[in-house]
Design a protein around this ligand. Structure first.
Ligand code: 13P
Length: 288
């Protein structure tokens, strides 16, 4: 199947109180793990890259691998750019076939943030690409981005509505108690805030920082309106653990062995997250 629009997947999931799992990938093996896991469970999936991953692997390589993977399997796959602060990088993503992008203007004051997001929306919509925006500040570490607890701030529901209206974004990432990276204690999600935001805005909501959030909390967040669930760290940890295990043998020097083990480990986590998002078999809905 050719790459599909993220929004089409997310909207349909939202109607059925499901969520589309969105996995951050870094290289060939992590892309394979995500696509193989999704194909095995016949689930739609969003594959996403951060600016750091594009710097590491090259946008052309990432886009080409994902497009080939998509051709190989009969499931809907969207290619999304995650947390991108740069208009120009978003243009390159679109030129390389990304089907949605997240413009992250969190470092700016409200008006400047809106101006940046609006400019991306105008450009992206002209070529049929959807845009995710964020209001409030999700804390934690992702890529080269670090927002400490004191600087993180929850999304204010009225401001969320105004931000969606002012920018024309298609999906909204909200800060409701999750953070990027693993948690020291158990994260407490503000479910009341999700309900309030959901009642005010008419675009699907996105949950960032899902790694380490208890399954029951993720399920509840999905029931309340989170329609895209972002997962990064929970793929990285088993990957490195699998590599460490294989290279315990000092004679081991074959990348196919340690990267193969890493791919197997990541695929299992991907499948668990797909089950959590309740999208097993959901790919069939997009083949009708
Ligand atoms: P985690 O690393 O906590 O899973 O966060 C992923 C994310 O939100 C990507 O944008």
């Amino acid at each position: 199947m050719p790459l599909v629009s993220s929004l089409e997947l997310i909207r349909k999931a939202s109607q059925e109180k499901k969520a589309i799992p969105a996995f951050n990938i870094h290289n060939l093996e992590t892309i394979q793990a995500v696509v193989e896991g999704a194909a095995e469970l016949d689930s739609p999936v969003i594959i996403q890259s951060t600016p750091g991953t594009l710097k590491h692997a090259g946008i052309e390589y990432i886009a080409a691998i994902v497009k080939e993977a998509s051709k190989k399997y009969n499931i809907p796959i969207a290619l999304h750019m995650d947390h991108c602060p740069s208009f120009d990088t978003i243009v390159s993503c679109i030129k390389n076939g990304y089907t949605s992008v997240m413009i992250d203007g969190a470092q700016y004051e409200y008006d400047e943030n809106v101006a940046l997001v609006k400019s991306v929306v105008k450009m992206a919509h002209a070529v049929g690409v959807q845009v995710e925006g964020e209001i409030g500040k999700i804390g934690g570490v992702e890529d080269d981005m670090f927002i400490n607890e004191a600087d993180a701030s929850f999304t204010v529901p009225d401001e969320a509505k105004k931000f969606v209206d002012d920018t024309g974004i298609d999906t909204l990432a909200v800060a409701i108690g999750t953070a990027h990276g693993m948690y020291k204690g158990e994260p407490k999600l503000d479910f009341e805030r999700i309900i309030e935001i959901e009642s005010l805005v008419d675009v699907p909501l996105v949950l960032h920082g899902a790694s380490g959030v208890p399954d029951e909390s993720v399920k509840k967040a999905i029931k309340l309106g989170m329609a895209k669930i972002n997962i990064a760290t929970e793929l990285k940890n088993p990957m490195v653990a699998a590599i460490r295990e294989v290279i315990k043998n000092p004679e081991e020097n074959d990348p196919r062995n340690y990267m193969g083990a890493a791919r197997d480990a990541v695929r299992e986590v991907v499948k668990n997250k797909i089950r959590l998002c309740n999208t097993v078999g959901f790919a069939a809905e997009f083949r009708k």
